[in-house]
Design a protein around this ligand. Structure first.
Ligand code: E4P
Length: 219
């Protein structure tokens, strides 16, 4: 399973990219607004930090403007994936951009029916938002299970299931169990993944015993 980080903060991205754990980045207009920086500049910088896909979202809602925005964003760097919302105009834009060889991430997916449409439109990624479904009392992971199962029925489909709106490590483990292709993870959740109290306890005991040997590995 691939790991994308869900942020537009270039310092956070730089730090995580250095770990070698990162396969891509997703941004959205809210994350861009948080940076207070110029959108195109931020995307350009992020694209130099990771080799994998960097999602940059269109701001228009009509097809013609969306398409123009998508073309502009795709021209920023080779690894830009243009993000479009799951609307009829977004799907039409997806179709057109995909035909031109642009990677498209169809976002704001909340149903399996929407995911089927995105795949038909040639999306490289479908982004179902699990946390936002959990927030309204539904089980977001059921949607991932359905989409993974549906896409598996059509081996020629190239659309990857990109689990979005992740809130905790369990969302990631469940995504892996279900065979989702990608998780886009907020930086704080990515850091939580590494932590286990027994790891900390075990390491402290090993270090204390090592100290007693009086030895050094280096020098
Ligand atoms: C995905 O691409 C979105 O940027 C993101 O996962 C949305 O998450 P949120 O529901 O935490 O805003």
């Amino acid at each position: 399973m691939k790991f994308f980080v869900d942020t537009a903060d270039t310092e956070e991205i730089r730090e995580l990219a250095d770990t070698g754990l990162l396969d891509g980045v997703t941004t959205n207009p809210s994350l861009i607004a948080k940076t207070g920086r110029d959108f195109i500049e931020v995307i350009k910088e992020i694209c130099t930090l990771v080799d994998g896909p960097v999602s940059a979202e269109v701001a228009a809602t009509d097809y013609d403007t969306m398409l123009e925005e998508g073309k502009k964003l795709a021209g920023v760097a080779e690894n830009v994936a243009v993000k479009v919302p799951l609307t009829m105009a977004g799907l039409k834009t997806c179709s057109q951009l995909a035909k031109q060889g642009t990677l498209v991430n169809v976002t704001l997916c909340f149903s399996a029916a929407q995911a089927i449409l995105a795949a038909k439109a040639g999306a490289a990624f479908i982004s179902p938002f699990v946390g936002r479904l959990d927030d309204i009392g539904q089980d977001g992971m059921n949607l991932i299970s359905d989409i993974v199962q549906i896409y598996a029925n059509y081996p020629n489909l190239n659309t990857e299931v990109l689990v979005a709106s992740i809130r905790n490590p369990t969302h990631i483990v469940d995504s892996a169990l279900m065979g989702a292709d990608v998780c886009t993870i907020p930086p704080q959740v990515l850091k939580q993944l590494v932590s286990h109290p027994l790891t900390d306890k075990g390491l402290a005991a090993f270090l204390a015993d090592w100290e007693k040997t009086g030895q050094k590995i280096l020098g």
